[in-house]
Ligand binder design. Structure first.
Ligand code: KMH
Ligand code: ZN
Length: 310
């Protein structure tokens, strides 16, 4: 990987996997997303990975009008806004692209393969559900494919990347996804420097085993060499361990309530910023510094603007 002493800390604020009843800290409304985003930036996050939710029900939403209610505040913070194209596994590809096409952000996520993506575990535990969609949504993940075909990936690379100057957080949930990224690099549909995001511990993807991250890092080095920065995270309780491992390997960190609701064993995180603070402390203990947004824009060759209407 390309060397950088400074760590890029991404924070994924809300996502589409957790539901409102799982934690009162999960930001749902645009005001909550904006507030937690600003706190995360103050704590050291340079990239905010964002999804939107229906403010009344908490359901993942592709609606660009909802994104429009929190994006200006996040952009004004100076942080890099990274708009999801993963959306939720229930959305169509068109819905998943809606916000990124409208706002043409400097960075968007791009998922590098179709897969099972199961998050039904919490549905097996007793709890009071606030909304009637939550249980079904969680259970249904066992029978849903997260679709990211070569055609869908290519279309996104052309419409967002080539036509609009958007660069990507390439989310790789298994070793094969690194080879898919290499395929698009060979065809000059992606341009270095790449931000490769290894995702471990999703049911349907590679497991949260430290040996798997070592292997993914070795394969990414073979395929992309000096053309990439490597970031990684593991979902759920493995988050801090993998933040530590990737920081020790010289890579970059992603945290946030999108992927883990906890701050320690059995202890719900109070906010996204609390997890960012922990990631920053880990990185600094390992002798790394924290990259400011300006530095990250240089490293990743970002265009520096997101199209927010006045
Ligand atoms: N929560 C991650 C495991 C996306 O937004 O493109 C999946 C994700 C997908 O971040
Ligand atoms: Zn996401």
């Amino acid at each position: 990987m390309k060397a950088s002493q400074a760590v890029i800390v991404s924070c994924a604020l809300t996502g589409a996997v957790h539901t409102p009843s799982m934690s009162g800290a999960l930001p749902i409304t645009p005001a909550q997303i904006a507030e937690q985003g600003l706190e995360a930036v103050a704590a050291g996050a340079s990239i905010l990975h964002v999804h939107a939710r229906n403010p009344r029900t908490g359901q993942p939403s592709p609606n660009a009008e909802v994104f429009a209610e929190f994006l200006p505040q996040l952009v004004a913070s100076g942080a890099i806004v990274n708009i999801t194209t993963g959306g939720s596994t229930r959305m169509t590809w068109e819905q998943r692209l809606e916000a990124a096409l409208r706002f043409e952000p400097e960075l968007a996520s791009l998922n590098m393969g179709s897969m099972n993506f199961v998050f039904s575990g919490p549905a097996r535990r007793e709890r009071q559900w606030q909304f009637d969609w939550e249980l079904d949504y969680l259970r249904n993940s066992e029978d849903t494919i997260f679709s990211n075909t070569f055609t869908q990936i290519e279309r996104t690379l052309r419409t967002l990347g080539q036509d609009r100057g958007v660069r990507f957080e390439f989310e790789c949930y298994d070793v094969g996804h690194l080879y898919t990224l290499a395929h698009f690099l060979d065809r000059n549909l992606v341009t270095p420097p790449l931000l490769v995001q290894c995702v471990l511990g999703v049911a349907g993807g590679i497991g949260a085993d430290p040996a798997n991250l070592v292997h993914m890092a070795a394969i990414a080095d073979k395929l992309f060499g000096q053309d990439h920065y490597l970031s990684a995270f593991a979902v759920g309780r493995h988050q801090a361990a993998f933040a530590t491992q990737i920081a020790a390997l010289g890579g970059h960190i992603r945290v946030g309530l999108e992927d883990n609701l906890y701050i320690g064993p059995g202890q719900l995180a109070a906010s996204n910023a609390q997890q960012v603070g922990k990631a920053v402390a880990i990185a600094q203990e390992l002798g790394r510094t924290i990259a400011e947004p300006k530095k990250v824009r240089e490293l990743l060759a970002l265009k520096g603007t997101t199209r927010i209407e006045p």
